[in-house]
Design a protein around this ligand. Structure first.
Ligand code: DAH
Length: 339
């Protein structure tokens, strides 16, 4: 009996099953009512009592091995057969169209990347602000026209709750909550009550820069901006600073770059001047430092602010500002970038 079981075990282990039919035949041969293994169980009654335990175990083992092998083969072939052969399962699925980043995000990220290489980190603030952070701390006199209904969106009847008109508000937040040295970029969306046209929108985007430390000079500002202009628009780009006025900087300037479309020769884009304006900047007014609790006798700082739409237009020549907020995929899909 023992020998028989061992031989059958070897036989079953050696079986190669190639189809569901073969598996079924083997099941009948070994495991059905009249099958070889079932017959052995009948013979088992004849085994002397003292051998029953050992032989019983071997017999059970044999049945388990045979059942596992034959039934799992049967199952496997059954699954294969249920596959619909009229379908081509090797075909790739329909390609899913990948989205692209919004051009304003691409340019914003590039600006952040350029300034992060000279030590700037990013600071953000709320879009719904109070008067003090947007105007008061930044040296806007109470009667300044920027506070006027003409420019500012007020959120409630309370004139102290408004949509920020520039990201300079984040300057006031950073300066009141951090000690110098401060070196931050403040990107974000801003709102102004303007009629929407190809050249103006009621919301747009800015990146503000702020550096406050001991001995920060106008020369530092100029150097940082020259570095930025070359990184953003190419090594040959030139800059020029024109005197200007902002309440929060003294002295203040506006910066032009040599027109990146005509290389400074003059074209319709730069109105034949060879220069295009890209940002406002200046030395942080001591009044602003003091209002935010920074000792203006110890610290100085520079600040600059640029419109992301403006920089994007220079890079990509988008003629109509409204394109940025229409979400037309035909427009958006034209921008591919590492940023
Ligand atoms: N906040 C100004 C604006 O919205 C831009 C600006 C100009 C920011 C000069 C600055 C700056 O930090 O120094 O028009």
């Amino acid at each position: 009996m023992k020998e028989k079981i061992a031989n059958l075990m070897a036989e079953i282990n050696a079986l190669a099953i190639n189809s569901a039919d073969e598996a079924e035949n083997l099941r009948i041969k070994y495991l059905s009512k009249k099958g070889i293994i079932t017959a052995l169980f009948n013979d088992f009654r004849e085994v002397p009592n003292e051998q029953k335990r050992e032989i019983g175990q071997l017999l059970n083992q044999l049945r388990t091995v045979a059942t596992d092998k034959i039934m799992s083969a049967k199952e496997n072939f059954a699954t294969v057969n249920s596959v619909d052969n009229s379908l081509d399962y090797t075909r790739s699925s329909d390609p899913i169209a990948l989205g692209t980043r919004h051009p304003l995000s691409i340019v914003k990220n590039e600006i952040i990347d350029i300034f992060s290489r000279i030590g700037f980190t990013v600071a953000e603030g709320p879009e719904v602000e109070d008067d003090w952070h947007v105007f008061g701390a930044l040296n806007f006199p109470p009667e300044h026209p920027a506070r006027d209904m003409q420019d500012t969106f007020f959120v409630t009847r309370n004139p102290d709750v408004l949509l920020r008109t520039h990201t300079s508000s984040v300057q006031s937040r950073v300066m009141t909550s951090q000690e110098p040295p401060i070196r931050v970029l403040c990107p974000g969306r801003v709102y102004r009550n303007e009629a929407i046209s190809a050249r103006a929108h009621c919301f747009f985007h800015q990146v503000e820069g702020l550096y406050v430390d001991k001995n920060v000079s106008f020369a530092d500002l100029k150097q940082a901006l020259l570095y930025f202009a070359k990184e953003m628009f190419g090594e040959d780009t030139k800059i020029r600073l024109r005197p200007s006025y902002f309440p929060f900087t003294e002295p203040s300037a506006e910066m032009d770059i040599s027109c990146n479309l005509c290389g400074g020769k003059g074209c319709s884009f730069c109105k034949h001047t060879g220069w295009v304006e890209i940002l406002g900047c200046g030395m942080v007014d001591p009044n602003v430092l003091e209002a935010c609790g920074i000792d203006s006798k110890v610290y100085t700082g520079y600040a600059f602010g640029m419109g992301v739409e403006r920089i994007t237009n220079l890079k990509y020549q988008v003629k109509d500002l409204r394109m940025f907020s229409e979400n037309d995929v035909r427009f958006l899909q034209q921008f591919e970038s590492a940023y």
